[in-house]
Each structure stands twice: as structure tokens, then as C-alpha cells.
Design a protein around this ligand. Structure first.
Ligand code: CDP
Ligand code: MG
Length: 633
């Protein structure tokens, strides 16, 4: 290839910085139980370490696990490693993410989300099936990574034969070493090129618009080299891609540009496209979330456009829930983003914020997730792992006391904990389901209410990306199609109705297309449903149907969402019974089909935009609420 760049997969492997230090690295791992591996993004940590360990024989005594904070990364990396090893994905190399297990008896190298490994530890506290575990992307400090790290402290004492490798981009590695009693740090020497950092001169009003302008300016005036744009999420990524295409088309005979989005909810086949090389003479422009910061490396990037924001899960104490908020990134994120431009040659990073904003408005490091999110899930899990007092648990950075208290309260109110804070039978059962406690409770209660057949469908539909397709240019048509499915008392029942109709129509893709439904989401819902059915069977739960008596389902829904109940206040406006926060009915809700607004509703979640919208809403009878929690009404 040009400049002697590698072509075959084998050559590409041998060209990676990790390959040059393979022997030294394996020696340090042989001599130590815990090793921290530090290396620039793209040095081969994620794809090579597992293979090195396999080649060194670690696969003979157990599996080699590698955890990822993001599901997309787990899937795409497993696919790549299977290709490099020339095996079929799911055989020797596999992956497991929530509701999707692509492994088999043969699997030795297993990529998975940290959540999956955490759940495995429930059934197998010492993780006996593994001989080594790589905790990848530890610098991200994702919630489940942090919890696993605390668990590992104990596991490693009990299992002297287990190797733990923690990998981190070049930040904050000392913290991990200290946490594990001074574990050695092994640095993979990097191969990076200088990157020019270009701050914006004045604050940017509209980062999407500015990013589009910047991309076009680079494209028409700068030498060859691909562009990577950092946006916050699916919505602004889609708009950015559209605008780039639109404005490019308005130019007179513009050079060719291939615009590719990447975000976590995107189907796997489309995601894989970002790794394909563009044909000669075509520049590639990838528009990504922070997934491209460290977890996925795309080669050939010379220009980075950084909007300066990312979507971050933050606990909103006023709402009593987590919300995804668009938040300024940290200085560490900014450095990572810029670094993506210097992998193949000198590059340029365009920051859509001023130097002053960078200095004054950005934290040095992102606050670990454990300190900014709801911990109900985690608390429930730790309780069933036998952790009595959460304050005694060995956290790298402890969560705020307030958050623990709120989570304990929520779990108690759901009936998962008793007055002494001990796990109840219900709580134990809830833990079998890999989902938020309220959804798990819905499933368990549905057996008692006599509607488990229906509830498992509803919960599956709530666990996949929205099934309704609403393209901009055909909004009215798609709205009309959606309204045909409306069950006026309930968006939950509307989902049930959609699924039932889809099933009655032979699970047909063509039928979906005609009715403005995403067939991918529905098929995913079906897969999730099958998985949930398996779990319910293992829990010896009975599958019962309520037939057409849908009030039973609404009652059951009420039982899982007591904390998200609201009372009408004005036109389309409600007030949360517990927090007294004003919330709006989302304009797409089926409840608008009723002709009047029900006095009491429960909702699945809040969407924060210009207003606080309840999404997926069901009308309930206040008596049901009163029965469940007398103080609520
Ligand atoms: O984990 P780290 O950032 O150190 O690197 P990696 O993810 O192991 O990536 C090593 C190389 O594999 C990079 O050059 C990637 O571009 C390449 N890779 C790829 O081509 N396709 C994938 N799905 C994953 C990695
Ligand atoms: Mg990696």
C-alpha cells in the first residue's frame, strides 16, 4: 500500500504498536495478577490483548473475557477479532450484550458489556469460567465498570489463578494502579503525530450549523484525509448529515464526500460501514457520538470537528430520575477527540468553542457515572450479592450518600427491600431480569394480575428503539398511520396492539413498511420477548393471558409505576404526585385520541427538550393508585 501501509489483516496486526511489545507485555501478565495496560487509542489494546492471551495458552484453563462499557463496541470488536482469527463469529470468538448472546460452547474469547459480566457474577460469584478478564476502557469510569472493580478486589483474593487486566487510554491510570495495591502499569509506546488545535474565536450559537460549515470548508479547501465530527446523539447526527449533503449538493460540481453516521442505536450492518475504506478520490466524513473518542478507532482521520458537548446521563434530583443531558465535555475528552486526527499523519482539530470556554467551563475529567446517576439497579444487585452495608463496599469513588438513600427508598417503595433494607422475595425475583427495577416488577406482578402474556410484550416493546417511523417529509402520513394503532387509554396498550397486529400479519417487513413501523425494532422486540420468556420460565412463572380485559393490564402497569404517577393540571399538563414537578403529555401520545384528558396517568419516562414531556403514558383509576400507595393521592 502507499507509504508501506499494511494491507492484509495479518500485516495490519503486526503493524500495531501492541504487537511490538507483545513479549514484554505477556511476561508482565505472567508475573502479576493485576496489570494496568495504558496505550493510545488505536494501539491494539482491545483487539490484540485477547488474542495474545489466547496464543499464550490462557484459553486452556478458562475463557478470556473482555468487557466494554458500550454494546456497539463489544459487537464490532468481536466481529473484527473473529475476522483476524479467521473464525465464524459466535464460535471461538463471540460476544454477549443484554438480550443478545452470540457465544457457544466453543467460545474462548468473549467480548461483552460490563453489565453482562456483572450479571454473570450473580450466578457465579468467583467467575470460575474465566482464566483472564480484561476490563477495557476503564478510564471511562462507567457505572458497571466501577462496581465490577469493587467486586474484583474480593474475587482476586479468592481466585489467585485469575488474571485481571485493566486497560485505559492515557489518562488517570495511576488511580487504577493505586486501587489494586500498586499493580504494575504497562505502557504501550504510542505512534502519534502532532495535531494542530484550532479554537473558535467567539462562542458558537448553533454547533450543528457551525459543524456543517466547518466540514464543507475543510472538504473544499484542505488536502485529502478523512473528517471525524463529534456530535452528541442520534438527532443532531442525523441533522448534521442531512445538512452536509444538502449544502454540498448546492455547490457547483463539488468533490465527492461520503457522509456516514455512527451512534449506538444504529443497526450493526450500518455501523460496520464506517470502517470501510472510501473509494479513491472520495473523502469520508464520519459523524459520531463520543463512541469514536476511544472505543472505536477509524483509520485515516486527519480532521476532527469537535462540537464540545456530549450526552451524559445525570441524576436529576428534582425529577427523581436519570435524564440524558447535553453537557459540555471535559478537557480530557477534548484531548481524546483531538487525538483522533493524529493517528495516520499530522492532523487538525477544530474546536467549536473558545479557548476561554475550554479553560473556564470544562472540568479536567468527566465525573464518574457512579457519582451522577440513579443507583437503584446497582443497589439491588449488590444487595443480592450479599453486600449488607453499601457504605462498606470498596468503591474507587464512592457514590453520594443522598443517591444511595434515594435508591434504597425507591427499592423499598417498589417492594424489593423490606423495612430493614433486606432483599425481599420480590426483590430477589426482580434481579433475575436484566432491566430497570420498575420494568422487572411489571413482569413479576403480571403473573399475579393474570396478564403475563401481554405484559411480556409490552416490556419488550419498551426495551427497544421506538417502533414508529416518522420521516420528516411524510410526517402527516406517518402520524395518520400511527393513529390507527391507538388504544386511547394507553400508549403501553398501543404498543401491545402494534405487536399483536404485526404478529397477526406474519411478522412481515412489508406490512411494517406500509404502516410506518421500523421492522428492525419490532424484530428486536421479538428477540427480547423470547429472552424474557426464557427467564420467566426459569423463574417458574406462569404465562397467563387476560384476553381482551385490558383494564387488568392498566392496573398492573399502575403497580410498577406508582412513582411516576401524575394528576391533570391544565390542557395537556400534569403534575407528578411525588415530586410536584409539572410535566406535559407528549404530542404523539395515544391519550390525545380520548377526546378528553384523564385525571390520573402513569408514565414510563420523561423526555427533556424545551419542556418536560411524559412519554409512553397510561390513564389510571385513582383508586388503583390509592390501593397501591395510600399516601400518593
Ligand atoms: O483498543 P485500542 O484503541 O488500543 O485499539 P483497537 O480497538 O484494538 O484497534 C486496533 C486497530 O484495529 C485500529 O487500527 C482499528 O482501526 C482496527 N479496527 C478495525 O479496523 N475494525 C474494527 N472493528 C476494530 C478495530
Ligand atoms: Mg479499545
Amino acid at each position: 500500500g502507499p507509504l508501506g501501509s499494511p494491507n492484509t489483516l495479518k500485516e495490519q496486526r503486526e503493524f500495531l504498536p501492541a504487537f511490538a511489545v507483545r513479549e514484554d507485555l505477556l511476561r508482565v501478565i505472567r508475573d502479576n495478577q493485576v496489570v494496568i495496560v495504558i496505550g493510545e487509542t488505536g494501539s491494539g489494546k482491545t483487539t490484540q490483548l485477547t488474542q495474545f492471551l489466547y496464543e499464550d495458552g490462557y484459553g486452556k484453563t478458562g475463557m478470556i473475557g473482555c468487557t466494554q462499557p458500550r454494546r456497539v463496541a463489544a459487537m464490532s470488536v468481536a466481529k473484527r477479532v473473529a475476522e483476524e482469527m479467521e473464525v465464524k463469529l459466535g464460535t471461538l470468538v463471540g460476544y454477549a450484550i443484554r438480550f443478545e448472546d452470540c457465544t457457544s460452547k466453543e467460545t474462548v474469547i468473549k467480548y461483552m458489556t460490563d453489565g453482562v459480566l456483572l450479571r454473570e457474577s450473580l450466578n457465579e460469584p468467583d467467575l470460575d469460567r474465566y482464566s483472564c478478564i480484561i476490563m477495557d476502557e476503564a478510564h471511562e469510569r462507567a457505572l458497571n465498570t466501577d462496581v465490577l472493580m469493587g467486586l474484583f478486589k474480593k474475587i482476586l483474593q479468592r481466585r489467585r489463578d485469575l488474571k485481571l487486566i485493566i486497560t485505559s487510554a492515557t489518562m488517570n491510570s495511576k488511580r487504577f494502579s493505586d486501587f489494586f495495591g500498586g499493580a504494575p502499569e504497562f505502557t504501550i509506546p504510542g505512534r502519534t503525530f502532532p495535531v494542530d488545535i484550532l479554537f473558535h474565536r467567539s462562542p458558537v450559537e448553533d454547533y450543528v450549523d457551525q459543524a456543517v460549515q466547518q466540514v464543507l470548508a475543510i472538504h473544499v479547501s484542505k488536502p485529502a484525509g478523512d473528517i471525524l465530527v463529534f456530535m452528541t446523539g442520534q438527532e443532531d447526527i442525523e441533522v448534521t448529515c442531512e445538512l452536509i449533503q444538502e449544502r454540498l449538493a448546492a455547490l457547483n460540481d463539488p468533490p465527492k464526500l461520503s457522509v456516514l453516521p455512527i451512534y449506538s442505536q444504529m443497526p450493526a450492518d450500518l455501523q460496520a460501514k464506517i470502517f470501510d475504506r472510501a473509494p479513491p478520490g472520495v473523502r469520508k466524513c464520519i459523524v459520531a457520538t463520543n463512541i469514536a473518542e476511544t472505543s472505536l478507532t477509524v483509520d485515516g482521520i486527519m480532521y476532527v470537528v469537535d462540537c464540545g458537548y456530549s450526552k451524559l446521563k445525570v441524576y436529576n434530583p428534582r425529577m427523581g430520575m436519570d435524564t440524558l443531558q447535553i453537557t459540555p465535555i471535559s478537557q480530557a475528552n477534548a484531548a481524546q477527540r483531538a487525538g483522533r486526527a493524529g493517528r495516520t499523519g499530522p492532523g487538525q482539530a477544530y474546536r467549536l468553542y473558545t479557548e476561554k470556554q475550554f479553560r473556564d467551563e470544562m472540568y479536567m475529567q468527566t465525573i464518574p457515572e457512579i457519582q451522577r446517576t440513579n443507583l437503584s439497579n446497582t443497589v439491588l444487585l449488590l444487595k443480592s450479592l450479599g453486600v449488607k452495608d453499601l457504605l462498606d463496599f470498596d468503591f474507587m469513588d464512592p457514590p453520594p450518600q443522598d443517591t444511595i438513600t434515594t435508591s434504597l427508598y425507591d427499592l423499598w417503595a417498589l417492594g424489593a427491600l423490606d423495612n430493614l433494607g433486606e432483599l425481599t422475595e420480590l426483590g430477589r425475583k426482580m434481579n433475575a431480569f436484566p432491566m430497570d427495577p420498575p420494568l422487572a416488577k411489571l413482569l413479576i406482578m403480571s403473573e399475579e394480575y393474570g396478564c403475563s402474556e401481554e405484559m411480556v410484550t409490552i416490556v419488550s416493546m419498551l426495551s427497544v428503539p421506538n417502533v414508529f417511523y416518522r420521516p420528516k417529509e411524510r410526517q402527516e402520513e406517518s402520524d395518520a398511520a400511527r393513529e390507527k394503532f391507538f388504544v386511547p387509554e394507553s400508549d403501553h396498550l398501543t404498543y401491545l396492539h402494534v405487536y399483536t397486529q404485526w404478529k397477526a400479519n406474519g411478522y412481515s417487513d412489508a406490512w411494517c413498511a406500509r404502516h410506518f413501523l421500523h421492522s428492525k425494532s419490532l424484530r428486536r422486540a421479538r428477540e427480547v420477548r423470547d429472552q424474557l420468556l426464557d427467564i420467566m420460565k426459569m423463574q417458574h412463572m406462569r404465562m397467563v393471558s387476560c384476553g381482551t380485559d385490558w383494564d387488568i393490564i392498566r392496573k398492573c402497569i399502575c403497580s410498577g409505576y406508582y412513582h411516576q404517577a401524575a394528576k391533570v393540571k391544565g390542557i395537556g399538563e400534569y403534575i407528578n404526585l411525588r415530586t410536584s414537578v409539572t410535566v406535559q403529555l407528549h404530542p404523539t401520545s395515544a391519550l390525545y385520541g380520548l377526546g378528553f384528558l384523564p385525571d390520573y396517568v402513569v408514565y414510563h419516562e420523561l423526555i427533556l427538550t424545551s419542556k418536560e414531556y411524559m412519554s409512553t403514558v397510561t390513564a389510571v383509576d385513582p383508586h388503583w393508585l390509592a390501593e397501591l400507595e395510600p399516601s400518593a393521592v
